[in-house]
Design a protein. Structure first.
Length: 189
């Protein structure tokens, strides 16, 4: 029999009140609380919290508090990913972020979504994975909606709402976010 956790990760309808999922979210909240309230200068202790919280990438990630996520275990980071202050990741499905990516302050990454039908919405939800390439820069306050992919080296303008896939090597901005221009990778600005 398929568990609610397995259904959730596959993007199928699942019951978020499943006891195993409730326990997993509680664990993530406890780890986020520790991350957000640890004011010590002990970098190793803070890194251990990230290792315990994230699916992969905690050894080299740098996350400025406050930070919130649903599960943490569904967040997979490449080397040297940076999250600025006040980011939220709703990781009911996998969130994969490539190496050397910069996430601006107050960025929100949502894999979670809900049925349009109100009757179903009362009991179940589902999600769609998000993939962000390597060397991406996401400006402050951007919102990434379920199911999108952002190509390598792309820059997302502050306050953008990303609702569709974006190719590599572009500057994109707006609500909804759209490609503004290509980025010449030989340009120093």
């Amino acid at each position: 029999m398929t568990t609610e956790h397995e259904k959730m990760l596959r993007g199928e309808m699942y019951r978020p009140d499943d006891p195993a999922l409730v326990a997993a979210r509680r664990k993530a909240r406890e780890l986020c609380y520790r991350l957000n309230h640890d004011h010590s200068a002990d970098a190793a202790a803070r890194q251990q919290i990230l290792i315990d919280l994230l699916g992969t990438g905690g050894k080299t990630a740098h996350i400025e508090p406050p930070f919130q996520c649903d599960y943490g275990s569904n967040i997979h980071l490449g080397e040297n990913v940076y999250f600025n202050f006040n980011c939220v990741v709703l990781d009911v499905c996998p969130v994969t972020i490539g190496e050397h990516t910069l996430i601006g302050p107050a960025v929100q990454i949502y894999t979670a979504t809900h049925p349009m039908n109100a009757k179903h919405r009362r009991k179940e939800e589902f999600g769609k994975p998000i993939t962000i390439g390597c060397d991406v820069w996401i400006g402050g306050g951007a919102i990434l909606c379920p199911g999108i992919t952002i190509g390598d080296r792309t820059v997302i303008g502050a306050g953008s709402v990303v609702t569709k896939d974006l190719p590599p090597d572009v500057f994109a901005a707006g609500n909804p976010c759209r490609v503004i221009r290509p980025i010449d990778q030989d340009d120093s600005r």
